[in-house]
Structure formats: structure tokens, C-alpha cells
Design a protein around this ligand. Sequence first.
Ligand SMILES: O=C(O)CCC(=O)C(=O)O
Ligand SMILES: [Fe+2]
Length: 305
Amino acid sequence: MAEGGNLKCIPVIDMQEMEDVEQYKKLREASEEWGCFRLVNHKIPASLMSEMKKVVKELLDLPVEIKKRNTDVIAGSGYVAPSNSNPLYEALGLYDLGSPATVRAFCSQLDASPQQREIIEAYAEAIHELGIDLGRKLAKSMGLVSDLFKGWACQFRINKYNFSPKTVGSSGVQIHTDSGFLTILQDDENVGGLEVMDKSGAFVAVHPCAGTLLVNLGDVAKAWSNGRFCNVKHRVQCKEAAIRVSIASFVLGPKEAAVEAPPQLVDSQHPRLYAPFTYEDYRKLYISSKFKAGEALQHVRTQNS
Ligand SMILES: O=C(O)CCC(=O)C(=O)O
Ligand SMILES: [Fe+2]
């Protein structure tokens, strides 16, 4: 498939200009056309981002016996060792980052030092706050007043790609959509490799941009918006011989309530496309499906779609 490279650019959303109606229009367009945007001028300090990056690198460098203590809290939320299908990829995970108790438990499992804990806790709090703010803004972009993400489950995944001269050209993570509503990604500030698919089906390289964050919308966003938001397909390819580390913070879905499009987004021209479902049930479907590029959503479609 063709690569857009620099010809096509991921939309940029400036968090400091969100008083402006035009910016909400831009946010909605980015969410509908791409399902992905670069977030600039957000409130997470650059120093906290780089400190967190240093801490997660230290955790990923721990001996494998210790990393294995990071067990699943919900399916797939814990340590992922390199495997036959993804030999270059390894990850640690934390569910639920909105809960101080589970953040502490994650730190204890990995023998984090008091200083590392402080940084992880500060980052979790800052990302959580940013997530809530984004939820409100995305709802507003659709003409709704809602604290959309309040009380929702959130998860960290810290990803390491063991890229070397021999692996250039191979896959780091296969094409997929994220299962939840959105992902706030602190991508590697130096090493590229992430590619998102545009509406024409072409992969577009996401170039590193230190200090900024990348937001990807997932399957829950598509269902909640009654099919308007794009659940962006993406993958990571090895482009250069350097270790790549990224921090993905997923805003997944409500802990108990069903995911469903609000009535304002459903009318005779836009009949309801997805039956209400809980995130927990959807996650099981997503994990058990062989293909993870949005196909699991087929199982929750109504006859209107
Ligand atoms: O490492 C990246 O840049 C992307 C990771 C990703 O897609 C994921 O964790 O779902
Ligand atoms: Fe992803």
C-alpha cells in the first residue's frame, strides 16, 4: 500500500485555542475524517513527559521475572512478552489509571522507587485529567454538553519495540484499531514507525514531534458517535535500527453502563447503527476475534447498519 509520507498531514488540534467555534469544527472534522489528531499546547508539562519516559524505560529494562509480576487485572491488561506473532514487541500495562490504589499496586509489583512512583502517579493524574477534558470537548464538538468520560475505565500500556539493523522493514505491531473510545499516545520523540490509515486506505507516517501527544479514536468512539467518528486503523513498522518506546493511555469505556449513541445523534436520517453494549463484553469480543481492525464491531451492529 502507498505511503503518504509528508504529503498528507495528521490534523493538529491546539488545546489553547479551544474557546473558538472553528476549533470545535476542526476537532469534529479530524475525528470524522481521520479518527486521529496531534494535540499541541496541552497541559501536560514537557518535563513530566520526559521524566515518565525515563521511568518507563527503566521498568521495561527490569528482569523478565519481575515484569511477569505485572499480571492481568482485566483480559490483556498486564505484561505482554515478545511472542511468535509479535517478536519485537513487549509491553507493561496498568488498569485502572484513574484509581490511586491500582496505580500503587502496579508500582509495588515492579518494585518502583519512591521517586518513580511519584512520577507515575503525577503522570496518571495529568493524563486522566486531560482525558476528561477531551471527552467534554469531543461531546461539545457534536453539539452536546456532557462529562462523557467521567468514571470511565482507563488503562496504560507502555510499549517497547526491540528494533535492530536486522529487523528494518518488519512489523512491530500489526494493523489494528483500539477497542476503547480514545488513546492518548506519547509516541517516541525520536524513533518513528507508527502509521495511520487515511480514508483512501493509504498508510500515512506519523512523524515524532517531541512534547506533543497523538490522539487515536477507537471502536467505542465509532459506536458512541453512531458511526460518525472514525476508528482509525494503525500499525507500527520498524523503520530504523533503534529501540522505540511509547506510552499509550486508553480511555476505554464506562465501567458498568452501556455504550450507546446519545439520542441527539440518532434520527430518521441517522438510524441507530449499534445496539448498546458494555465495554467489558466488547473487550472479550475484541480479544477473541482474530482480526482486530474494527471487525468486532460487526457483532454489535443493528439491522440499520
Ligand atoms: O506504539 C505506538 O506508537 C502505538 C501503539 C498502539 O497502537 C497501541 O498500544 O495500541
Ligand atoms: Fe493502537
